[in-house]
Design a protein around this ligand. Structure first.
Ligand code: HEM
Ligand SMILES: *[C@@H]1O[C@H](CO)[C@@H](O)[C@H](O)[C@H]1NC(C)=O
Length: 327
C-alpha cells in the first residue's frame, strides 16, 4: 500500500504550483482591473505634479475654475462611469454629452484639461488618460480652494463613445425633491448621507438664474430678503444667464458654510434647500454645519467612491491623445 502513495516530493510540487497560481491570480486582480494611486509612479512620475501646478495656476487666474473642474468630474462619473466621455465633441456617429440639458452652456474647464493633456503628452506620450486627469484635477481644485485632500485612485481609461441621452437621464436636475435626490444617488450606489456630503460641493461655484429662478416666487423655503436680491439680479441679467454664487457667504472657499446657509433658508437651488426642509436629511445638514471636520472626511471618502464608478481598465477603452476626440 505504502508504495502507491505519492512521495512528499510530489506534494511539495503541487503546493508550489497552487501557490504560484494563487499569486498570479492576485497580481491579475490587483494590477489589471483595479485602480491604484501609484498607477503612474514609473510610467509617468511627473504626471501628478504637472496636473497640480496647472490646476493651481488656473484657479489662481479664476477661483471659479476650481468649482468647474470639480463639477466636470461629477458629470463625467455619473454618466457611464468616470471615462472622460464628457470631454468628447459631437461626431457624425454620436451626439455627445456636452449639449445635454444639464451640461449645455454650463459645464466648463475643457481648456484647462486640454492644456494639461498637451503637457502630459509631451512628457509621457499615450500614458495618462483623460479620465484620470479629470479625477486628479477635481481633487487639486478642492485643495486649492481650502478643502480636504484624498488619494486619487488611478488607471482609468477613456471611452470611445458618449451619449447625450445618458447624460440627460443620469444627471440630477435642480428641480428634484429630496426623494428624487436620494434615488438619483442611490442608483449610483450612494447613501443619503453621502449624497448630502457630495452636495457640499455647492460651497463653491456659480449657477445661472435659469437653474433656480423657479424657486424665487413660488417657494416658502427661501429667506425673503435673499429671494428679493436674487430676483433683482436675475431680472437685470439676460434671459436666465446671470450668475449667482451657490454659497452666498463664502463662494470661493471650500468650507461648511453651504450647510449653514441651508439652516437659514439660503440654499440657492431648490435641490439644495430640499436637504433641509423638514425631511430625513435635516439632521445630517445640522451635523455638517456644526462639524467641518466630519464634512471634510465624509466628502473626501465620497469623492474616492465617486471616482470608482465603473472605470474602464485593463484593455477596455483607450488612452486618448486628444481628450476631445477618439484616437
Ligand atoms: C445633489 C444633486 C445635484 C444637483 C441637482 C446639482 C445641480 C447643479 C446645478 C443646477 C448647478 C448650476 C449649473 C448652472 O446653472 O450653470 C450646479 C453647479 C455646481 N455643481 Fe452641482 N448638483 C448636484 C450635485 C453636485 C455634486 C455631487 C457635485 C460634485 C461632486 C457638484 C458640483 C457642482 C459645482 C462645483 C458647481 C459649480 C460649477 C461652476 O461654477 O462652474 N454638484 N449643480
Ligand atoms: C444649447 O445652447 C445653445 C445656446 O443657448 C442653444 O442654441 C442650443 O439649442 C442648446 N442645445 C440643446 C441641444 O439644447
Amino acid at each position: 500500500m505504502a508504495s502507491h502513495n505519492p512521495s512528499p516530493w510530489i506534494y511539495a510540487n503541487i503546493r508550489m504550483i497552487c501557490l504560484a497560481l494563487l499569486f498570479m491570480l492576485l497580481v491579475e486582480i490587483s494590477t489589471a482591473h483595479e485602480l491604484s494611486p501609484a498607477f503612474y509612479a514609473t510610467s509617468c512620475p511627473r504626471a501628478l505634479s504637472t496636473i497640480k501646478s496647472a490646476v493651481r495656476s488656473a484657479v489662481a487666474r479664476e477661483a471659479r475654475m476650481g468649482a468647474s473642474l470639480l463639477r466636470l468630474h461629477f458629470h463625467d462619473c455619473f454618466v457611464n462611469g468616470c471615462d472622460a466621455s464628457i470631454l468628447l465633441d459631437d461626431t457624425s456617429s454620436f451626439t455627445g454629452e456636452k449639449k445635454a440639458g444639464p451640461n449645455n452652456n454650463s459645464v466648463r474647464g475643457f481648456e484647462v484639461i486640454d492644456n494639461i493633456k498637451k503637457q502630459l503628452e509631451s512628457l509621457c506620450p499615450g500614458i495618462v488618460s483623460c479620465a484620470d486627469i479629470v479625477a486628479v484635477a477635481a481633487r487639486d481644485s478642492v485643495v486649492a480652494l481650502g478643502g480636504p485632500t484624498w488619494n486619487v485612485q488611478l488607471g482609468r481609461r477613456d471611452s470611445t463613445t458618449a451619449s447625450k441621452d445618458a447624460a440627460t437621464s443620469n444627471l440630477p436636475p435642480p428641480t428634484l425633491d429630496l426623494n428624487g435626490l436620494i434615488s438619483a444617488f442611490s442608483n449610483k450606489g450612494f447613501t443619503a448621507k453621502e449624497m448630502v456630503a457630495l452636495s457640499g460641493s455647492h460651497t463653491i461655484g456659480q449657477a445661472r438664474c435659469s437653474s433656480f429662478q423657479g424657486r424665487l416666487n413660488n417657494e416658502k423655503t427661501i429667506d425673503s430678503k435673499f429671494a428679493k436680491s436674487l430676483k433683482s439680479k436675475c431680472s437685470s441679467g439676460g434671459s436666465g444667464t446671470a450668475l449667482s454664487p451657490l454659497d452666498v457667504s463664502t463662494p470661493t472657499a471650500f468650507d461648511n458654510s453651504y450647510y449653514k446657509n441651508l439652516l437659514s433658508q439660503k440654499g440657492l437651488l431648490h435641490s439644495d434647500q430640499q436637504l433641509f426642509s423638514k425631511g430625513s436629511t435635516d439632521s445630517q445638514v445640522i451635523a455638517y454645519s456644526n462639524n467641518v471636520g466630519s464634512f471634510r472626511t465624509d466628502f473626501a471618502n465620497a469623492m474616492v467612491k465617486m471616482g470608482n464608478l465603473s472605470p474602464l481598465t485593463g484593455t477596455s477603452g483607450q488612452i486618448r491623445t486628444n481628450c476631445r476626440k477618439v484616437n
